[in-house]
Design a protein around this ligand. Structure first.
Ligand code: NAD
Length: 258
């Protein structure tokens, strides 16, 4: 079992479709101890999803934008385990007026909100857990390829470009403590966050034409498996990396049969 004995903090479970739910499920199967985080009104949904995991897990309060919650998370994890071996950042949010083809009209506040919750938050979370991590620990985040511009993704795309950079700076600053920081760039998956983007289905349909391995929008399993690999010692010399789990889509410029 590749995660035997690992103490993992997994953010971002809101339903059983969440990528983080599948990551938590695989991690438990691979021998990890897991706590989830959630916040406010979403918490009851997270607890309902958690009940469907293969083992009992606790849900800790964390609005990643609240310093008080981050401080309480550090204290709670210290009491519970004394240390942490891995963290999954699976958090993203952009206001409605910053998505869905409204790039040119979105106000600065909405672009800023997308940046804070979807990119800066990875630094905030890392800073809260790094003091509890020893050499060999791992932080993983979730990306949507930000090397190009997409239809409808708008300021979330810009926030993902920032997240890619944040992950590299974290790899720089935490590497000397032996902490790895990597992203998984996932193909489109039918979660609450994704379906909230107007036009998601037409973006997702591009994968059916262009991914050389094909792509199942309803199967987060391949992404969850790669998250577990990056949380495990098997990835011990990998940091500052973006692993594309997208059926090979990113490597292909146009559909083979247009
Ligand atoms: N679904 C996709 O197509 C896809 C593709 C590539 C990357 N991703 C990324 O995967 C990650 C997880 O998203 P998902 O698709 O599983 O959707 P999801 O809706 O299941 O998860 C998003 C999570 O973000 C959490 N969140 C939002 N604001 C927060 C805050 N202030 N504090 C703490 N948590 C907060 C929500 O509670 C929710 O649990 C996101 O970073 C997303 O951008 C998704």
């Amino acid at each position: 079992m590749i995660l035997e004995g690992k103490r993992l903090v997994i953010t971002g479970v809101i339903t059983k479709d969440s990528i983080a739910f599948h990551a938590a499920s695989r991690a438990l199967d691979e021998g990890a101890s897991v706590v989830l985080t959630s916040f406010g009104r979403a918490r009851r949904m997270t607890e309902r999803a958690a009940a469907r995991l293969p083992a009992e897990v606790d849900v800790l309060e964390l609005d990643v934008n609240r310093v008080e919650d981050l401080d309480a998370l550090t204290a709670s994890l210290r009491d519970r385990w004394g240390g942490v071996d891995g963290v999954l950042h699976a958090i993203a949010f952009a206001p409605e007026d910053a998505l869905g083809g409204r790039f040119m009209t979105a106000p600065a506040e909405s672009a800023g909100a997308a940046f804070q919750t979807s990119a800066f938050s990875m630094k905030a979370l890392a800073a809260a857990v790094a003091p509890l991590m020893s050499s060999g620990s791992s932080i993983v985040g979730l990306d949507f390829d930000a090397s190009v511009a997409w239809p409808i993704y708008d300021w979330m795309g810009v926030a993902k470009a920032a997240l890619e950079s944040v992950a590299r700076y974290l790899a720089r600053d935490l590497g000397p403590s032996g902490i790895r920081v990597n992203l998984v760039s996932a193909g489109p998956l039918g979660t609450v966050a994704a379906r909230g983007i107007p036009g998601f289905d037409s973006l997702a349909s591009l994968w059916l034409q262009q991914a050389p391995l094909g792509w199942d929008v309803e199967d987060p399993g391949p992404v969850a498996d790669t998250i577990c690999f990056l949380l495990s010692d098997l990835s011990r010399a990998i940091s500052g990396e973006i692993v594309h789990v997208d059926g090979g889509f990113h490597a292909i410029g146009a559909p083979a049969q247009p």
